[in-house]
Design a protein around this ligand. Structure first.
Ligand SMILES: NC(=O)c1ccc[n+]([C@@H]2O[C@H](COP(=O)([O-])OP(=O)(O)OC[C@H]3O[C@@H](n4cnc5c(N)ncnc54)[C@H](OP(=O)(O)O)[C@@H]3O)[C@@H](O)[C@H]2O)c1
Length: 245
């Protein structure tokens, strides 16, 4: 566990399940103060209770990442409460996979709103604070879908390619005192595939997702990236189950 001087204020979006939940639990156990956001208040409260029962430090905030004002209030509230933000993990995401000819346009738009706009809203919310502080760390949870496209993943992969590109652009533009990491998970146990409505894609995912990492494996990668000394910027990590091709 880090001593107080290494304890960071870490914001995590999409922290009510899966990778975000595991990251919040891991970072809180390491002595960081976590501020967890998502839409499901009951889940956030249960996770916060778990963290506090183990002696950890946490705030919860109900937010929808598609609403820029919600995300701005998430960051501003943390700064008001704790005086700074050290890390924002832009993790919230949805994956209703489908073939393009199914024309599930509302689901395409949902992915664009959450997976791209959500990341941008996180950047817009934290960047002014990081610039004022002269330090900070953006972590984007992209996907192996940021590196490859398969049938049914066109729009999801498109959003994750975009998240990758935006994060890489951020890295190039920013003062080096602000660090930037993209973590791209392969298959991980979570609720992510529950949003798939197209029967063919649902069936395909049942096989594809049979070999999955625990979400804690991605929490490990995020913990590694943010735990490096200030001059070390871990820009990209791809973490897959060993058997995933
Ligand atoms: N699991 C995998 O195999 C895998 C692989 C590659 C990448 N990823 C990426 O990992 C990230 C986390 O996903 P997961 O696997 O942990 O899935 P998950 O268990 O479904 O978690 C997704 C999280 O995003 C939140 N979320 C969704 N829409 C939101 C919105 N509009 N506003 C705020 N929060 C929202 C959900 O919370 P609420 O519903 O409570 O809002 C939930 O906490 C995603 O970006 C996903 O694309 C996952």
């Amino acid at each position: 566990m880090p001593n107080e001087s290494h304890s960071k204020v870490v914001l995590v979006t999409g922290a009510s399940s899966g990778i975000g939940e595991a990251t919040a639990l891991r970072l809180a156990a390491e002595g960081h103060h976590v501020v967890i956001g998502a839409r499901r208040e009951d889940r956030l409260s249960a996770i916060a209770t778990q963290i506090r029962d183990k002696g950890g430090s946490v705030d919860t905030r109900v937010l929808d990442v598609t609403d820029r004002h919600d995300v701005a209030a998430f960051a501003d509230g943390a700064v008001r409460e704790h005086g700074r933000i050290d890390v924002i993990v832009n993790n919230a995401g949805v994956m209703p996979l489908s073939r393009l000819d199914s024309l599930l346009v509302d689901e395409w738009n949902r992915m664009i709103d959450v997976n791209i706009r959500g990341v941008l809203h996180g950047i817009a919310a934290a960047l002014p604070h990081f610039q004022r502080q002269g330090s900070g760390h953006f972590v984007t949870v992209a996907s192996i879908g940021a590196h490859e496209v398969v049938p049914t993943s066109a729009v999801y992969s498109g959003t994750k390619f975009a998240a990758w590109a935006i994060t890489e652009g951020l890295r190039q533009e920013l003062d080096p005192a602000i660090r930037v990491t993209t973590v791209s998970p392969g298959v991980v146990e979570s609720e992510l595939a529950d949003s798939i409505t197209e029967p063919g894609a649902k069936e395909m995912m049942r096989t594809y997702r049979a070999n999955a990492l625990p979400a804690d494996a991605i929490a490990d990668a995020i913990s590694y990236a943010i735990g490096q000394p200030a001059g070390v910027d871990v820009n990209e990590l791809i973490v897959r189950p060993a058997g995933q091709r």
